[in-house]
Design a protein around this ligand. Structure first.
Ligand code: ZN
Length: 490
């Protein structure tokens, strides 16, 4: 059937038919950003991948509740439990409230996402707003025997959990290999095993973000917030959990262990992961000095960028690769994407002004089905773009009068582009150069103002001259009740 969506479930490592637990409702959770700094290019890929999934599920008629968290607790850096708290450090340095910094970067993240035309989730719960719920979950995990307190901190007991369950099942890691890969515990260590991870961390006096708990002052472990906030808003069991492949282990494996340990169920039916971005063939990492923020991308202020690229070009480049493939960013790739994007957008504009004939010499009867088929195949956006380019050929041949199109086919073609290009791929139809557009709007408003003044003074020589000269360069002035306006003539 044309409407059957198949998705790749990372947990069982195969593509399966998507069957929600309570159709037509779909619960979807995606790990969101940490708000200690500006969003990076790497943040764009999960955001866009799951934006497409959200848009497509809506298009298919599902009622989706999309939840994505904001990590605003000042966590310790990295996956290990040592290191410095970034948020707190910055707060102290600039004499700011930690929440002030979190808010500042959350606003910045929202700006970046809006530029990329990413739809906001239905709920964006913040970790700091869910401390009692996190404490409650830790208590449940302790009651079930999978966590222990040590010195004011609480750790998840991986070995005990692994006797009843399978720790590392999502990433496919083996617990013996994991143990041999970590350093031996010393007598000073509070943990029973080096694999145990913190559910609650004791905070000392220097720690600004800390809360009361049954174990004293402290703050929750990072993995915990996702288990808690996903199930709070979507129920103990829900449909989709998404995120980047870099979160597979330990974050998502820890989430599975926490949910099973606390709620005694596998919370997630479908685990979905987007692959990573590289920059000029290299992994992006702070240590390699090749990370780049989205803000730098939009303004072109980075050594690696030859110039600025419109956010829609970034979106288009990301969509040109399947979300499960790796994708390399380079100036060449961006410029190629820009050409492709402009071609699509120009064709979309042409489509709006195309006129129909009595009959079609073009054949579009399979186009909608082809678009749907590739999206149903685990969101194959590169193939969808290829199908839309088939549509571009048709648009251009009709526009060049090489072919004709019937009114019925024309309206079908318009609806395909509106649905797949605009609604599902979320590509905003912008001009090749927004700045030029702004200048153009400013100049035209000025000219229209001068013309209106001339008309008020009954200086029709001037007003007609302006109208006629603009006409010669394909601009048409329309005089209406509320003043004059202008359009490009077709
Ligand atoms: Zn998460």
């Amino acid at each position: 059937m044309a409407n059957e969506l198949f998705v790749y479930n990372t947990l069982i490592r195969k593509k399966v038919k998507f069957e929600p637990l309570n159709p037509p409702f779909v619960g979807m959770y995606v790990c969101g950003p940490t708000v200690y700094s500006h969003a990076h290019l790497g943040n764009a890929r999960p955001a866009i991948t799951f934006d497409i999934l959200y848009r497509y599920l809506n298009f298919l008629g599902y009622k989706v509740r999309y939840v994505s968290n904001i990590t605003d607790v000042g966590h310790l850096e990295g996956d290990t439990d040592d290191g410095e708290d970034k948020l707190i450090k910055k707060a102290k340095l600039e004499k700011l409230e930690p929440m002030e910094i979190a808010q500042q970067f959350m606003n910045s993240y929202h700006e970046d996402m809006a530029a990329l035309n990413v739809i906001r989730p239905n709920i964006e719960p913040r970790a700091t707003g869910h401390i009692p719920e996190q404490i409650e979950m830790i208590e449940k995990i302790m009651q079930n025997g999978y966590a222990y307190e040590a010195n004011g901190s609480v750790y998840f007991d991986v070995n005990t959990y692994n006797t009843d369950h399978n720790y590392g099942e999502l990433s496919g890691r083996d617990i013996e290999d994991l143990i041999s890969g970590t350093r031996e515990l010393t007598s000073q260590d509070e943990k029973k095993s080096s694999l145990d991870f913190a559910l609650w961390k004791k905070a000392d006096q220097t720690h600004l973000m800390r809360w009361n708990s049954p174990w004293g002052l402290g703050f929750p472990g990072w993995h915990l917030e996702c288990s808690v906030m996903s199930t709070k808003y979507l129920g103990d069991e829900f449909d989709i959990h998404g995120g980047g492949l870099d979160l597979l282990f330990p974050h998502h494996d820890c989430e599975i262990a926490q949910s099973m340990g606390g709620l005694k169920c596998k919370s997630v039916k479908y685990w979905m992961h987007n692959n990573m971005l590289t920059m000029n063939g290299q992994k992006m990492a702070k240590s390699l000095g090749n990370t780049i923020t989205l803000k730098q991308f939009f303004t072109g202020e980075h050594d690696m960028l030859e110039r600025t690229y419109h956010p829609m070009i970034i979106r288009f480049l990301i969509l040109q690769a399947h979300y499960r493939s790796t994708l390399d960013f380079s100036n060449e790739a961006l410029q190629a994407a820009e050409k492709g994007y402009n071609k699509l957008v120009e064709a979309y504009k042409t489509l709006q002004s195309l006129s129909s004939s009595d009959k079609s010499t073009v054949d579009i009867k399979n186009l909608e089905g082809d678009c749907r088929k590739v999206m149903n195949d685990d969101l194959n956006t590169p193939m969808l773009i290829a199908n839309l380019f088939e549509g571009v050929k048709i648009i251009n041949s009709v526009n060049d009068k090489k072919e004709t199109i019937s009114a019925e086919d024309l309206s079908e073609l318009k609806s395909i582009f509106d649905n797949y290009l605009v609604s599902i791929l979320g590509l905003k139809v912008i001009s090749s150069d927004d700045k030029n557009d702004d200048v153009m709007d400013g100049l035209m408003n000025l000219i229209l103002e001068i013309r209106d003044e001339a008309r008020t003074k009954k200086d029709f020589d001037t007003s007609d001259k302006i109208r006629d000269q603009l006409n010669k360069i394909n601009l048409e002035i329309k005089d209406g009740k509320d003043g004059s306006n202008w359009v490009w003539k077709n």
